[in-house]
Design a protein around this ligand. Sequence first.
Ligand SMILES: *[C@@H]1O[C@H](CO)[C@@H](O)[C@H](O)[C@H]1NC(C)=O
Ligand SMILES: *[C@@H]1O[C@H](CO)[C@@H](O)[C@H](O)[C@H]1NC(C)=O
Ligand SMILES: *[C@@H]1O[C@H](CO)[C@@H](O)[C@H](O)[C@H]1NC(C)=O
Ligand SMILES: *[C@@H]1O[C@H](CO)[C@@H](O)[C@H](O)[C@H]1NC(C)=O
Ligand SMILES: *[C@@H]1O[C@H](CO)[C@@H](O)[C@H](O)[C@H]1NC(C)=O
Length: 362
Amino acid sequence: MACKKQKSKLMAFSLAMVVVVVLLLGRCRGDVVQFIFGDSLSDVGNNDYLTKSLARAALPWYGIDFDTGMPNGRFCNGRTVADIVGDKMGLPRPPAFLDPSLDENVILKRGVNFASGGGGILNETSSLFIQRFSLYKQIELFQGTQEFMRRKVGKAAADKLFGEAYYVVAMGANDFINNYLLPVYSDSWTYNGDAFVRYMVTTLEAQLRLLHALGARRLTFFGLGPMGCIPLQRILTSSGACQEPTNALARSFNDQAGAAVARLSSSLANATFRFGEAYDYFQDIIDRPAAHGFNNSRAPCCSLGRVRPTLTCTPLSTLCKDRSQYVFWDEYHPTDRANELIALETLRKLNITVSAANSTST
Ligand SMILES: *[C@@H]1O[C@H](CO)[C@@H](O)[C@H](O)[C@H]1NC(C)=O
Ligand SMILES: *[C@@H]1O[C@H](CO)[C@@H](O)[C@H](O)[C@H]1NC(C)=O
Ligand SMILES: *[C@@H]1O[C@H](CO)[C@@H](O)[C@H](O)[C@H]1NC(C)=O
Ligand SMILES: *[C@@H]1O[C@H](CO)[C@@H](O)[C@H](O)[C@H]1NC(C)=O
Ligand SMILES: *[C@@H]1O[C@H](CO)[C@@H](O)[C@H](O)[C@H]1NC(C)=O
């Protein structure tokens, strides 16, 4: 009798072990990957291969605090918000779509990043940059990637990959900064602020529906920060203050895009679409830098001193003394340290808790 009881205990124990091992294998095989769509805030090298693009991070001092310290296509000294959010969720970092080493094995293990500096929700955004992937173009490239994977690994494995993946879409700042707010673009005289935001959100909603139709089930859209406070916008005001009308556009976009994402999440089959943002927190960092460990939230760390704005950080620029004390790296983009704080706040607001092992739960 005692023996039989022992045996069944043992069996229950073994069964539990098998379950644990199967779960661990599922995780360790790394078959949950990310597909990232975005602009320069998420670009990890696509624009380096768009040789005619005027928005590239191919020269020093971009990348100075990343890996080898050489430029890697990120418009930052270090990591992007998407890098950090993915790391914290235990997901591998996907390579750039145009990276020549990309093949079916890399895609199975790491996914793909389609983000492109200058890219916007609207096709017409950033036409002055000559070359960039707009969101529709990025989705078109994603469709090509799906066809490629079905050919290489078969429909079942490809459908599993695309159905289980995490999708990140982080777009919208360029539609304002490099379209609506510049008088050379016809959108700036065709629309008022409200109508333009509605046009953007209607377009975005169609794009997110399209991604769902293509198999995306778990998707996070990252909202905008206080883009009227980027150094490039501040230098336009005589006092160096943030451009409040520009910030109001970002808030209006966030409100409407957040509502659209929630609508889609509750209406599309099996969709978990979430809206991630850290607008108020980022504004607080800008307003009270010292409270968050920064010394400067106004000027870019990398700049040509008095020759501002110079749009990009160049090898001739000088760097601030302590890059971890600056909120902004160049005229547009936050530093690695600011991105880290923004990523942590975004995860906190999404109710994604990060354990010591960086595993996820919601
Ligand atoms: C957890 O995150 C830290 C910092 O973001 C990173 O250095 C580390 O490699 C991650 N660990 C795992 C197991 O992903
Ligand atoms: C936007 O561009 C895509 C190609 O990248 C094209 O298929 C689509 O028709 C365009 N949409 C509009 C509204 O121009
Ligand atoms: C939703 O999930 C269920 C259960 O996994 C599945 O049977 C169904 O086909 C899914 N529907 C769509 C549209 O993905
Ligand atoms: C940055 O440091 C300098 C020198 O220590 C100090 O005068 C200045 O007030 C600091 N600025 C902020 C925003 O903390
Ligand atoms: C996170 O949790 C809080 C409190 O339970 C809830 O109010 C909020 O809607 C949640 N946010 C998301 C994005 O799920």
